[in-house]
Design a protein around this ligand. Structure first.
Ligand code: SAH
Length: 213
């Protein structure tokens, strides 16, 4: 169920759905997604679907991971990336193989702890984790040339716009939990912000505050 053949099938599917960046496809071929989901779910880990990871959260669908990563790297490889919503840690793990340094913020401490253990087991050491409300970004390490948000706010948080470097790109799902969410690409130029709607998507909500469980 987690064999290389099963993984290769997923990569073929991502390519069929329009993912072209070979670096991303290669990293996704190699990264063991089954180690980022509960064992009970591991037989489904190379299906192109989101899966529950506990605490009412989900690991994103591989196609969405690939798509958001492709958009984020569309202007070349940034020196660092800020991710909001560590969750299982899978998206950040993919980014860690493509950019020099990843910063990721999560509000549920138990998910953060699990992600940290996974990185340790996999020998990944270029991801810095912070337990906080990601709406505030991570100002200490900003501005960031690339920001990826993996939970949906109703509006783009101001702090994230402020921490986006000039020339930088942010990928973020925006919208309500009942209606349709839009995946936005926001770029910052010297004269302001530019927004492009990419796809209709469905993400868990970006919630307020950090929780200790
Ligand atoms: N990137 C993750 C996707 C996880 S789902 C992965 O690859 O598995 C979205 C995550 O965002 C959840 O873990 C949720 O707890 C987290 N989240 C929601 N609101 C947040 C906030 N305000 N700050 C930080 N993390 C938040």
């Amino acid at each position: 169920m987690t064999s290389q053949r099963t993984r290769d099938r997923l990569i073929a599917r991502l390519r069929d759905k329009g993912i072209q960046n070979e670096h991303i496809l290669n990293v996704m071929r190699v990264m063991p997604r089954h180690l980022f989901v509960d064992e009970a779910m591991s037989s489904r880990s190379y299906e192109d679907s989101s899966l529950p990871i506990g605490h009412g959260q989900t690991i994103s669908q591989p196609f969405i991971v690939a798509r958001m990563t492709e958009v984020l790297l569309g202007r070349g490889v940034p020196e660092k990336v800020l991710e909001i919503g560590t969750g299982s840690g899978y998206q950040a793990a993919i980014l860690s193989q493509l950019v020099p340094q990843v910063y990721s913020v999560e509000r549920i401490v138990a998910l953060q702890t699990q992600a940290r253990e996974r990185y340790h087991a996999l020998g990944i050491n270029n991801i810095a984790l912070k337990h906080s409300d990601g709406s505030w970004g991570w100002p200490q390490y900003g501005p960031f040339p690339a920001i990826m948000v993996t939970a949906a706010p109703e509006e783009v948080p101001d702090a994230l716009l402020e921490q986006l470097a000039v020339g930088g790109v942010m990928v973020i799902p925006v919208g309500s939990q009942t209606g349709v969410q839009k995946l936005l690409q926001i770029t910052r130029e010297a004269d302001g912000f530019y927004e492009e709607v990419l796809d209709g998507v469905r993400f868990v909500p970006l919630l307020n505050g950090a929780v200790r469980k």
